[in-house]
Design a protein around this ligand. Structure first.
Ligand code: NAP
Length: 200
């Protein structure tokens, strides 16, 4: 049986930026992943509907940003599911899809996200099931004080990514003030933000 190593990159991606792309690339290299599946959240469970881009716009920007890298793909599991996004559902749904579509494929699963988001993992729905479904990888900004999640040491890894100094919050603020966002996000994403007048 063939084994594939699949990373699920979970995030709001409002908007996706080069920090996310560098992080996905570095994790793919370090963990010898065959694929990184970007999973834009539907409605994040901990936020009220934001004034930012719609889920469909965040999904489209993620597709634009990842289209030139063969290792990257985007899934709609969280965008298409009703209600708030819980990582346990993301991983259950993706694993079920893969078992159905690729019955002869053995898969090893990794869940990648920002280390800040991970610090609260014990308050997520079903944290023990989450770590049973995937190895957890937190990516963090340089100099960031890491709060270690309260989980068995072999269930998670933290990786420092220099390009994570870029943040979606900062990009939204820059776009809102009419400042350039070139080179912080892929050109296709900058064009999409301009065309849809996002974050203004
Ligand atoms: P967030 O609170 O919007 O972001 C927290 C921090 O992590 C921000 O600094 C953010 O930077 C960074 N970040 C988020 N996703 C990242 C990624 N893929 N790569 C690198 N940095 C990232 O977090 P969120 O986006 O809502 O949630 C992150 C993931 O955790 C999602 O998949 C979400 O579904 C999951 N989550 C699940 C639960 C649950 O199951 N109950 C609860 C919370 C989060 P940027 O703003 O620059 O991205």
């Amino acid at each position: 049986m063939t084994t594939r190593r699949i990373g699920v990159m979970g995030g709001t991606f409002d908007p996706i930026h080069h920090g996310h792309l560098v992080a996905a690339s570095e994790v793919a290299y370090s963990f010898k992943l065959d694929t990184v599946l970007f999973a834009p959240t539907g409605q994040p469970w901990h936020k009220s509907p934001a004034p930012g881009a719609t889920p469909e716009e965040r999904y489209l920007m993620t597709v634009l940003a990842t289209s030139t890298d063969d290792r990257f793909d985007v899934t709609r599991v969280d965008i298409d599911r009703e209600g708030p996004t819980y990582t346990v559902d993301t991983l259950r749904d993706l694993r079920a899809q893969y078992e159905l579509n690729f019955p002869n494929l053995e898969t090893e699963w990794f869940f990648i996200t920002g280390a800040d988001a991970l610090a609260d993992i014990m308050e997520w729905r079903g944290p023990q099931e989450v770590i049973a479904l995937a190895h957890i990888i937190g990516v963090t900004r340089p100099g960031h004080e890491m709060r270690h999640p309260d989980l068995p040491a072999d269930s998670w890894t933290l990786l420092e990514i220099p390009a994570m100094a870029i943040s979606s919050t900062n990009i939204r603020a820059r776009a809102g003030r009419g400042e350039p966002i070139n080179y912080l996000v892929p050109e296709s994403v900058a064009n999409f933000i301009g065309k849809r007048k996002l974050y203004q």
